[in-house]
Design a protein around this ligand. Structure first.
Ligand code: SAM
Ligand code: SF4
Length: 328
């Protein structure tokens, strides 16, 4: 699948639920209204859509949410996707908050998952509670170590927030080095109403990187995961650090991905509203050929890039939907 700007679309991110057991301040408001279950694609519908994408050239699928591991029976989907590994599909990955990993890490590994991303913005238990509104850090840490014990490579994702966790990146980098995890820092993106002022939280990663360089030797590397992060080797730890900078850097030129929501809506760009509805197609009983045609048509509408701007006067998000809808 080649989009109108010559980019090969090989990466599908699939949100399997909009629900979550946490309420991170940059992601959700405290009182979220979640979708009724009947609106969600069934696991079979999700698998059928994934299979169609794989036939059309998708080689990497990331399962995300909301918190993907709170979706009931989600391991069944991992099992089915695992069977497609080596048959067009090269990699199945997961982005999780880690809270349910103690329960699921071994099954994930047995399904063929090799790498996962776990979100952890702080190592401070009190701050963790504040950022996630009601999360318990022990649960996430136990999950992370269960994943490591199951043989999964873990990358820690941390959203950089001014005045919240900005003093902690040295410690996080050292902790990741100690335990053999890569670290990826993410700038806050203006998505979804979160009942708070986001412009106060925004911290450009160019600033963070300059500060880190005072203590760490960050060496340029060609390492790529197929994602938008720019990576450096950290000489002192032997691990990597990545920076995802949608706000200070245009990360669209090499975009290879599209995003499917749990209701079967395909967004061709994280930062744009244009979409394609696959749920109604699936439920109208389309053939596989028709499904593939609809996917090709959607890819032909992939825009050149996003246009994130924080509207400072009105403090409105530039994209109305929450990150938990399209899965980040
Ligand atoms: N619940 C899982 C988790 O937290 O990893 C998966 C879904 S979450 C929406 C995916 C990623 O998006 C997380 O790393 C989270 O920190 C990040 N995220 C959520 N809202 C964001 C925002 N407004 N700006 C930047 N990153 C955000
Ligand atoms: Fe849940 Fe992940 Fe959003 Fe936090 S970032 S509220 S863990 S979906």
């Amino acid at each position: 699948m080649i989009d109108p700007f010559g980019r090969a679309i090989t990466y599908l991110r699939v949100s399997v639920t909009d629900r979550c057991d946490l309420r991170c301040v940059y992601c959700m408001s405290e009182n979220m209204t979640f979708l009724p279950k009947r609106d969600l694609l069934t696991l079979e519908e999700l698998d059928r859509l994934c299979a169609a994408f794989i036939r059309l050239g998708t080689t990497k699928i990331r399962i995300t949410g909301g918190e993907p591991l709170v979706r009931r029976d989600v391991m069944r989907l991992f099992g089915k996707l695992g069977e497609r590994l080596g048959h067009g599909l090269d990699e199945v990955t997961l982005t999780s908050n880690g809270s349910q990993l103690v329960k699921h890490a071994e099954t994930l590994a047995a399904s063929g998952v090799r790498r996962i991303n776990v979100s952890l913005d702080t190592l401070d238990p009190v701050r963790f509670g504040q950022i996630t509104r009601w999360g318990k850090i022990e649960q996430t840490l136990d999950g992370i170590f269960a994943a490591k014990a199951a043989g999964l490579a873990v990358k820690i994702n941390a959203v950089a927030m001014k005045g919240v966790n900005e003093s902690e990146f040295d410690a996080l980098l050292a902790w990741c080095g100690e335990h053999g995890f890569d670290l990826c820092l993410i700038e806050t993106m203006p998505m979804g109403d979160i009942s708070g002022d986001r412009t106060d939280q925004y911290l450009p990663l160019s600033v963070v990187r300059a500060r880190l360089r005072k203590r760490w030797t960050l060496q340029d590397t060609d390492y790529k995961t197929g994602g938008p992060a720019r990576y450096f080797d950290v000489k002192e730890t032997g691990r990597r650090i990545g920076f995802i900078t949608p706000m200070t850097h245009n990360f669209c030129e090499s975009c290879n991905r599209v995003r499917l929501t749990c209701t079967g809506t395909l967004f061709m760009c994280l930062g744009q509203e244009d979409s394609a509805d696959f749920r109604s197609l699936l439920r109208a009983g389309v053939s596989d050929d028709q499904l593939e045609d609809a996917i090709r048509e959607a890819i032909s509408r992939k825009p050149k890039g996003h246009d994130f701007i924080i509207d400072r006067r009105h403090d409105k998000p530039s994209v109305g939907r929450h990150m938990s809808v399209t899965g980040g």
